[in-house]
Design a protein around this ligand. Structure first.
Ligand code: BGC
Length: 395
């Protein structure tokens, strides 16, 4: 009997070991898979991620919910470096592009996962006028200003404070003071970003800012998604919806022409679900200018506060992403400038053309210079407030 028990115990041990190896994953393609956890309280853990070239310590926080979803956020750029979501079989995989090390983020980052400020998207010639003062910003994208300049919010170290966990969510608070004149913008801008992960597989991103002088603000989040969970796949098979009857055509330098164009009968009509790849290679002047989609859509129901504005669906994995926002616009960028030179998180691989897409909620590009666009001015005593939520499910 004793021998039989020993054999049984030994077999159970072997079985458990095999299960553990399967759960932690093996091989390059599986290394971003994690096992389904359940019934755990949401929590935040912290570890060191590295040190910047000028000696600032960078922390990494992992937000976990009770369903097993995890979001890693580093204090450099407030970057989401990893975000696991379940497929239709309950298998969790990382669904956001990024790097494995801080050095890679500092060396060359096309804004993977980053917070963008002070002004998301482009400002023509890097210039705008407020109260008769003309401000010259960095021209870091041809002759235009892009995503806050040479050292935007994606390249600064934020101060992090994990909030006490609640039963149904965890929140990481990030703050950053951008001083008067930083990157050419007026006013001391105190910014807070709250990342909240809920037990409904929702990540809320809430932005608040105040300034002691009149200034302009347009904050966003620049995560590149690939819902397949394998970054060697393109995103052309992802089906997208965007609740917008109009979009903003651009000039050769990707600055809106000022025209608000009807999407009807164009490749820009995403009012019904359509694969990103369905019309991306159509002969179309706007698509050639963006090398694909790199445009801002004029969202419907702009006065309705937080409302669902876009979805993305990857049929093979069943992953479904719903985006809600308080913002009037959304930029769909289809990874047109990824060219196989940047290293992937998947060992030995690189990020190829159109292997990630961004849906960046925001005010319209170049608003300070376009009088028919909603205003982006923040006055002293006012609070900039913007919210975007990302909800994952499967179908
Ligand atoms: C812009 C693209 C730009 C990309 C940089 C997007 O938000 O719309 O034009 O190339 O960011 O990664």
């Amino acid at each position: 009997m004793k021998n039989l028990n020993d054999i049984l115990q030994f077999n159970i041990l072997i079985l458990l070991s095999i299960l553990m190896i399967q759960c932690t994953g093996t091989g390059a393609k599986q290394n971003n898979k994690t096992a389904l956890k359940s019934n755990e309280m949401p929590q935040i853990t912290k570890e060191m991620f590295g040190t910047t070239f000028n000696g600032q310590a960078v922390e990494k926080y992992t937000l976990s919910n009770s369903l097993g979803m995890q979001v890693d956020i580093i204090t450099y750029g407030g970057i989401i470096t990893r975000w696991t979501a379940p497929n239709k079989d309950g298998v969790f995989q990382d669904v956001v592009l990024g790097y494995n090390s801080l050095d890679q983020y500092m060396e060359s980052n096309p804004y993977f996962g980053a917070l963008i400020g002070r002004y998301g998207n482009r400002i023509a010639n890097g210039q705008f006028t407020l109260n008769n003062n003309t401000y010259q910003l960095a021209q870091n994208n041809g002759k235009n200003h892009l995503h806050g300049g040479d050292k935007g919010f994606d390249k600064v170290v934020w101060t992090a404070e994990p909030m006490p966990p609640k039963d149904d969510s965890v929140t990481l608070k990030l703050t950053y003071l951008s001083v008067d004149g930083e990157e050419g913008y007026p006013g001391n801008l105190q910014t807070t970003v709250l990342y909240t992960l809920t037990n409904e597989n929702v990540l809320d991103v809430e932005y608040k800012a105040t300034s002691d002088q009149e200034t302009i603000v347009n904050l966003t989040q620049h995560t590149y998604f690939n819902l397949s969970g394998d970054f060697s796949n393109t995103i052309l098979d992802h089906e997208i919806t965007i609740d917008a009857d109009a979009y903003l055509p651009v000039d050769e330098t990707l600055i809106p022409t000022g025209v608000v164009a009807d999407v009807s009968g164009t490749p820009f009509d995403f009012r019904n679900a359509k694969a990103i790849g369905k019309q991306i290679n159509d002969t179309n002047e706007q698509l050639s200018r963006g090398l694909g989609y790199d445009h801002c859509w004029v969202l419907n129901n702009q006065n309705s506060g937080l409302r669902e504005v876009a979805t993305a669906y990857h049929k093979d994995s069943g992953r479904y992403l719903e985006i809600a926002t308080t913002e009037p616009g959304i930029q769909l960028y289809t990874g047109n400038f990824l060219d196989g030179t940047l290293p992937s998180k998947q060992k030995g691989e690189t990020y190829n053309y159109r292997t990630g897409f961004c849906l960046e909620t925001q005010h319209f590009p170049d608003s300070p210079n376009q009088s028919n666009f909603p205003i982006v001015v923040l006055k002293p005593g006012e609070m900039y407030n913007s919210k975007t939520t990302f909800k994952f499910s499967t179908k």
